[in-house]
Design a protein around this ligand. Structure first.
Ligand SMILES: *[C@@H]1O[C@H](CO)[C@@H](O)[C@H](O)[C@H]1NC(C)=O
Ligand SMILES: *[C@@H]1O[C@H](CO)[C@@H](O)[C@H](O)[C@H]1NC(C)=O
Ligand SMILES: *[C@@H]1O[C@H](CO)[C@@H](O)[C@H](O)[C@H]1NC(C)=O
Ligand SMILES: *[C@@H]1O[C@H](CO)[C@@H](O)[C@H](O)[C@H]1NC(C)=O
Ligand SMILES: *[C@@H]1O[C@H](CO)[C@@H](O)[C@H](O)[C@H]1NC(C)=O
Ligand SMILES: *[C@@H]1O[C@H](CO)[C@@H](O)[C@H](O)[C@H]1NC(C)=O
Length: 929
């Protein structure tokens, strides 16, 4: 049958009237009393679920705050210890005709599970859902059943696996090595063994909810559910026909005995509700099939029953509840409700068409996303694990972080491979806020084993997670892993030329196992094997493996894939010709120090100076191939890069007060970072109107996992670095930016728009001296800029200027009107941008005479520059308050209207007194002693 309108089908009168004896009983093991113990250390403390050993040991006072000082080194003994979580199952139903199951949504990672002292199972995958029928063990139990879960040390066990006779090895340096080696042998968060932005704690524990489920003999329990909503005829990775009806495919994974009597005796029903739980449509699903552990059916939805879901900035986030029930006569055997949305999202990698060539697009392949059939510019960043200990990542923390994503004008995050698959609550928040989540399987910066048990383990992990999250409209893509085709495979092939083994093994895992896990479960989501990739040579659904990779099969003059760019030589940071030309930038960046306020959370006061040993050792940006053990000497690599960049481009602080000096040094590294990212983001965005037709910028990285020098734009507690303000500015829909070829002196300015229709306005360009004098009359240029396009508004050469760049800045601003996608009214867009000599330590900065005031009435701050150009004006919020301004890190010229700055407070422990502690500075302050 077909669902078409709310008038046509009434809700089932019997929904909700489940017969009690059919319903499983669910005991939430987070409510049980747990003990965490280690016999070797004679430790026994209260434990919790979900949790990890470090967190419970910290709560019990056995270890200090793992995040303080050198905790990740000092607490290695915790990672090298086996830990046991134990409880007693107090209130089980012991009647006959019931099967009892243990259900774990996440065990981290190598466990041995015992019930009443009897061995039930072992597990070795953090990312799988495990469930065990323990009915017979309970029967043999005397007294109350005890449950003991021993977590073996992942550090030791992976070393043992690596040393097994005949175990696979890879050429030197193919495995990106940080704190602990051998991570490619475990299906555990790869960054648990350290990363260049994070600590290596290798935690262990029941990290996701766990349950005891008692299922009556004729009933069953839904442990996971897949919902796939796609256009009829849609195939993965290909743009669908938007005029086709929607197909909903639902598949329930169950524990218990599936009624195998479909379709005669029982059926699968669907009810679609709005956010007020009003039924819009309902009916029976078709083509119902069952296996021993799943029930699957589908239905066609005609017409416009529901409104589309759009990412932030491109339209509304319409959401609906889908209730899927298994109904037998008048009995509801089981049902599940998922909140979902209607959208198509495709990563289009098809060949460039004749029509596109005629628009000036270079030949090769597309590499961009399309939402509901529309190309759009993906603006965002890379999301890493927000904490080394997932159980303390709360909904509130993610809401605050994602609010910063929205406030930062981002619409997409790449959820980096090698952390953990995001829990549903993260996707839920992204669904609500309109943040697309490019999701990845947890493989990165290594090549992996391909023996049968390993591949089977990965297949289970992938099937579970693909099915678990597919209903979220925020899910944008599945990628096999991080930096594989553009890095690890090339390293292996360079070390072992001509050996086909590396590519064959790569394809066994990433095309042979992961691609079918996606294509076999969903038609709505695209797949790429590697986060950075030149795409496919051929996509042919009649082949056993439909995708044939392009690798380096390139034609000169053609452009194919996405790009990943890191260059720690800051001499070329603003050399535009050093940036990659591609269709999409999925990673690029440079590290900076966190603020003083953040350092104070993790480092003792006597260590608050730039190269103190704790601060150096929290910088994990080691030389390639290095590890911590040989890096007491070389961990300064990352420190040196930041120092050199700060010295190269800015006056550096030399304050007498050591803390003020440290604080300003930290801040100066943030200015360089932000400026470097802005230079790349403006370059990539302008590419939307150049032959590369560049349609995405996701910088590395959104946020921090701890307090350390990293690539993040948001510090561990949510504080915005300079970068997050700059990316917010440069991710606005219509921007102006300059592009300087400093070897020839050629200087241009372009206006770039990612609106979906033409916008028009004018650009005003004015040269100022640093003392605020106008050096040349302002020129105003009218422009129109096409949809997802760019237009040049200025061209000149700095070698022919009648003044020196040491004395001059070019202020550019635009005012334009345009229409936001999926809205009706025209609105005004403004943006400003300053061009200046690269080396601000050599320009003739003057005291800008900055003045700041605060208005209790408006709650706003006002800032003015009275006596000179103020570079990088920065309002600083004192420790203890989480707040952000609507703008920061801007420039001011004397005579500009006073800049009114609003503020959003997210958390405050000062009773509002933080306002008194706000300070303002500019680059001029670096020149003061
Ligand atoms: C793990 O290895 C370390 C170093 O060899 C050793 O000290 C420790 O006892 C081992 N832990 C376990 C649980 O075997
Ligand atoms: C630690 O746990 C692992 C995995 O369960 C086991 O093989 C090993 O024997 C245990 N070691 C100790 C010292 O308990
Ligand atoms: C809709 O129903 C769900 C439970 O099925 C409930 O949690 C939610 O509060 C309801 N929403 C409204 C708006 O009534
Ligand atoms: C059910 O199966 C039939 C026969 O294969 C097919 O024509 C129909 O489209 C299927 N219905 C749905 C909703 O997929
Ligand atoms: C961008 O605008 C230029 C100038 O109007 C036009 O020639 C070009 O085809 C546009 N590019 C795209 C991809 O629409
Ligand atoms: C600099 O600009 C001039 C004028 O637009 C142009 O002719 C010249 O080719 C440019 N030089 C370079 C190296 O881009």
């Amino acid at each position: 049958m077909r669902l078409s309108s709310l008038l046509q089908v009434a809700a089932f009168p019997f929904l909700g009237s489940a017969l009690l004896e059919r319903s499983p009983t669910v005991f939430d093991l987070s409510e049980a009393k747990w003990t965490l113990s280690s016999s070797i250390y004679n430790i026994s403390v209260p434990g919790s679920v979900p949790s990890q050993a470090h967190l419970d040991l910290y709560s019990a006072g056995v270890i200090p705050d793992p995040y303080f000082g050198l905790g990740d080194f000092d607490l290695r003994w915790v990672a090298e210890t086996n830990w046991t979580y134990s409880t007693v199952l107090e209130k089980l139903y012991t009647g006959k005709d019931t099967t009892t199951w243990l259900l774990f949504n996440g065990l981290d990672t190598f466990t041995s599970i015992k019930l009443c002292g009897q061995q039930v199972a072992t597990t070795n995958n953090q990312f799988r859902q495990y469930y065990f029928d323990v009915t017979s063990y309970l029967g043999a139990c005397s007294g109350k059943p005890s449950l003991d879960i021993n977590f073996g040390s992942a550090v030791n066990i992976t070393a043992d696996i690596a040393n097994e006779p005949g175990q696979e090895t890879w050429p030197n340096a193919v495995e990106g090595l940080f704190e602990f080696p051998n991570r490619q042998f475990m299906r555990k968060e790869q960054s648990d063994f350290g990363w260049d932005w994070g600590p290596g704690f290798a935690p262990a524990g029941i990290w996701r909810p766990a349950y005891v489920i008692q299922v009556p003999s004729s009933g069953f329990y839904i442990r996971n559910a897949l919902l796939d909503i796609h256009r009829q005829g849609q195939l993965n990775n290909l743009p669908p026909d938007q005029n086709q009806p929607w197909i909903v495919n639902a598949s329930l994974d169950v524990i218990g005995s599936v009624p195998l009597t479909f379709p005669s005796g029982a059926t699968l029903t669907i009810e679609i509700m709005d956010m007020n739980n009003s039924t819009l449509a309902s009916g029976n699903m078709e083509n119902v099939t069952t296996t021993k552990t799943s029930i699957t059916g589908s239905i066609t939805i005609e017409g416009e029953t529901c409104q589309l879901w759009w990412p932030h900035g491109l339209g509304p986030q319409n959401l609906y509840y889908f209730k899927i029930s298994v109904v037998n006569g008048k009995d509801v055997l089981a049902s599940v409700t998922k909140r979902t949305g209607f959208r198509t999202i495709v990563l289009n990698m098809t060949p460039i068409s004749e029509e596109q060539l005629a628009q000036g697009i270079a030949p090769g392949n597309n590499w961009h996303f399309e939402i509901n059939g529309h190309e759009f510019y993906a603006k965002g960043s890379n999301f890493i694990p927000p904490d080394a200990f997932w159980p303390r990542v709360t909904q509130k923390r993610i809401e605050q972080l994602f609010q910063s994503v929205i406030d930062g004008n981002q619409n997409m995050l790449r959820v980096w491979a090698s952390g953990a698959y995001s829990p549903d609550f993260i996707y839920d928040i992204a669904d609500e806020m309109g943040i697309l989540l490019w999701s990845e399987f947890e493989f990165g910066d290594a090549l992996y084993p391909v023996d049968g048990p390993f591949l089977e383990n990965v297949r289970e992990e992938a099937e579970y997670n693909v099915r678990r999250v597919n209903h979220h409209p925020s899910l944008a893509l599945w990628a096999g892993g991080n930096e594989l085709e553009n890095l690890e495979l090339l390293l292996a092939e360079a070390a072992d030329p001509g050996n086909p083994k590396w590519q064959e093994e790569y394809e066994q895992l990433f095309l042979g196992v992961l691609l079918p896990a996606v294509y076999g479960n969903t038609k709505s989501i695209s797949y790429i094997p590697s986060s950075t990739t030149n795409g496919y040579l051929e996509l042919n659904f009649s082949l056993p493996i439909p995708m044939i990779e392009r690798y380096n099969n390139l034609t000169p003059g053609s452009i194919y894939g996405d790009t990943d760019h890191y260059d720690y030589d800051s001499t070329v940071a603003f050399d535009l010709s050093s940036y990659p030309v591609g269709r999409f930038a999925n990673e690029f960046g440079f590290h900076s120090m966190p603020s003083l306020q953040t350092w104070q959370q993790a480092v003792s006061p006597d260590e608050l100076y730039f190269n103190s040993s704790t601060i150096q050792l929290r910088n994990h940006h080691y030389p390639a191939g290095g590890t911590f053990t040989d890096n007491y000497a070389t961990s300064s690599k990352g420190m040196a890069e930041m120092t050199l960049a700060a010295e190269r481009y800015y006056p550096v602080p030399h304050h007498v007060d050591p803390i003020a000096n440290f604080s300003d040094w930290c801040h100066t590294t943030q200015i360089f970072q932000a400026d470097f990212y802005r230079s790349q983001i403006t370059y990539y965005r302008r590419g939307s109107g150049l032959p590369e037709r560049q349609l995405g910028s996701l910088y590395w990285q959104l946020e921090d996992i701890w307090q350390a020098p990293t690539w993040a734009g948001i510090e561990y507690d949510g504080r915005w670095k300079v970068l997050h303000y700059i990316s917010k500015d440069i991710y606005q829909p219509i921007i102006i930016a300059s592009y300087w070829d400093y070897s020839t002196g050629n200087l241009t300015a372009y206006v770039t728009s990612d609106l979906w229709s033409t916008a028009a306005g004018s650009a005003t360009l004015t040269w100022y001296g640093y003392n605020g004098s106008v050096l040349a009359p302002a020129s105003t240029v009218p422009f129109t800029v096409g949809a997802l396009n760019t237009t040049q508004v200025f061209t000149g050469n700095t070698s022919t200027l009648p003044f020196s760049l040491k004395d001059a800045v070019l202020k550019m601003n635009i005012s334009a009107t345009g229409i936001l996608p999926n809205t009706q009214e025209r609105r005004e867009f403004k943006h400003e941008f300053y061009f200046h000599d690269l080396d601000l330590s050599k320009v003739n900065l003057v005291d800008p005479g900055l003045e700041m005031s605060y208005s209790k009435d408006t709650g706003n701050f006002t800032v003015e520059a009275k006596t000179g150009v103020a570079a990088w004006v920065w309002l600083d919020i004192p420790a203890g308050t989480l707040a952000n301004f609507n703008e920061n890190a801007f420039w001011l010229v004397p005579g500009d209207d006073p800049r009114e700055i609003s503020v959003t407070v997210k958390q405050d422990q000062s009773d509002g007194n933080w306002v008194e502690g706000v300070t303002v500075r500019s680059l001029w302050d670096n020149t003061l002693s």
